[in-house]
Write a protein that binds this ligand. Structure first.
Ligand code: FES
Length: 83
């Protein structure tokens, strides 16, 4: 199961973390990934100078509301195990 953390600290909130979470939740629904993606909100991840801070299985990324869908496709959909 992929562990996806999204920062909801004040800086990331201002950059659109709420919209990033909404996008990820929609995609989990759309692709029925409830048993493959565990998503959690996290307070400041100490990378406030970047975009919205996201951590996927311990690897840090910067995302924005505009790139969230592409991030999800590239890093989660295309990397999920084939049945
Ligand atoms: S508020 Fe998100 S990294 Fe600091």
């Amino acid at each position: 199961m992929a562990s996806l953390l999204v920062c909801i600290g004040s800086s990331c909130h201002l950059k659109g973390s709420y919209n990033v979470i909404q996008t990820f939740q929609q995609m989990v629904e759309e692709y029925d990934l409830h048993d493959q993606v565990e998503m959690k909100a996290q307070f400041c991840m100490k990378r406030c100078q970047q975009g919205v801070s996201v951590s996927l299985d311990g690897v840090d990324y910067d995302v924005s509301p505009q790139t969230a869908r592409e991030f999800f496709i590239t890093h989660i959909l295309q990397n999920r195990p084939t049945p």
